[in-house]
Design a protein around this ligand. Structure first.
Ligand SMILES: [Zn+2]
Length: 333
């Protein structure tokens, strides 16, 4: 008996919606299953594209974007296949938590998953080996979650032969998010994007918005970006919005993530998109629990542009406060 199966036949032509059934046997439901929503839209020959969100359950822009694709695209609109997963880690998304409350597993740290493992591991294995089987392109939409807020950012690993990298670059250029962060040979084998690459797909992880909200401007912007990309790879032939500006290729260097070493209340002095200098005062951490204590000053150890910052005031030692990026300095085609 399989722990997981899909009601939707991914080989069937047409638009089909239903659930991936993930076995979940508990006292209130001995033979029950978790309903992970999924839609397949397939027509004729063309690229297979998987778009997913809800990998982290407290990241909402992507869940709304994928749901909008589900509601607006019909089989007649496409040439190829689109598989849409709005709440990939369903228990986490339902609970509005980064990790699943059932097994505490962070889905994006558990690929390639385990068919005999915990619920999140079984789901990750199913995504990698069944949903992504034969996929040409993969997009996993994230945000900063409850704790962080991101400017629109695509992230990709430079990997594969020249033809693969050419396709990846075309994908990144047509998405044209404000920033595109490239990684070299970092070990990211547990990310969903690595699972997609193991299946031969060009894979992009996207960050946009966060703070436990839905940023409407980013949602609309990325909706257009996806249609532009679908059009560029000939999945979609209806008119699309032209891009207004090319993406900036960036990298995150050592020291460009700024962490707190104290507990307290975070007051940022810079905003998303600001350019900061080395040694610049970036934030205060206040300590109202200790009378007469002075705020801790947080300085930047290097220059860069702020693409991500903490969205909430309460802060503990070890929390990320900012992420800075620099123009990409390496070789990419
Ligand atoms: Zn995430």
């Amino acid at each position: 008996m399989s722990l997981i199966s899909s009601e939707v036949d991914f080989n069937a032509q047409g638009k089909h919606s239903g659930y991936i059934r993930l076995a979940h046997s508990v006292s209130r439901s001995a033979y029950g299953w978790l309903p992970v929503p999924v839609v397949s839209i397939k027509r004729g020959k063309g690229p297979k594209i998987v778009v997913m969100a809800g990998n982290h359950g407290d990241e909402y822009e992507g869940q709304v974007i994928v749901q909008t694709l589900i509601n607006t695209l019909e089989a007649d609109d496409i040439e190829g296949q689109l598989i849409l997963l709005p709440m990939a880690n369903f228990p986490a998304a339902q609970a509005g938590m980064r990790t699943s409350p059932l097994d505490q597993v962070n889905m994006n740290r558990t690929f390639p998953g385990d068919p005999q493992g915990s619920t999140t591991q079984v789901m990750a294995h199913f995504i990698e080996t069944v949903v992504l089987l034969g996929a040409d392109y993969f997009i996993d939409i994230h945000s900063g979650g409850q704790s962080l807020e991101y400017l629109p950012l695509a992230m990709a690993n430079i990997e594969g032969d020249d033809a693969h990298q050419q396709r990846l670059k075309g994908m990144l250029d047509s998405l044209a998010l404000t920033y595109t962060m490239l990684f070299g040979d970092d070990d990211q084998s547990w990310f969903s994007a690595a699972g997609a690459y193991r299946q031969g797909a060009c894979a992009v992880t996207v960050e946009l918005g966060g703070g436990g909200r839905v940023n409407s401007k980013y949602r609309a912007m990325f909706q257009s970006a996806l249609l532009r990309f679908f059009s560029a790879v000939k999945l979609y032939s209806n008119p699309v919005e032209e891009m207004t500006q090319a993406t900036q290729y960036v990298e995150s260097r050592r020291g460009q993530q700024v962490f707190s070493y104290v507990n307290g209340l975070f007051e940022p002095l810079v905003s998303l998109g600001d350019s900061v200098e080395e040694g610049q005062l970036l934030a205060y951490i206040h300590h109202p629990e200790t009378p007469l204590s002075k705020a801790t000053e947080i300085f930047s150890s290097c220059a860069g542009s702020v693409i991500c910052q903490r969205a909430m005031a309460p802060t503990q030692r070890g929390d990320c406060l900012f992420e800075l990026v620099s123009p990409y300095d390496g070789q990419f085609l």
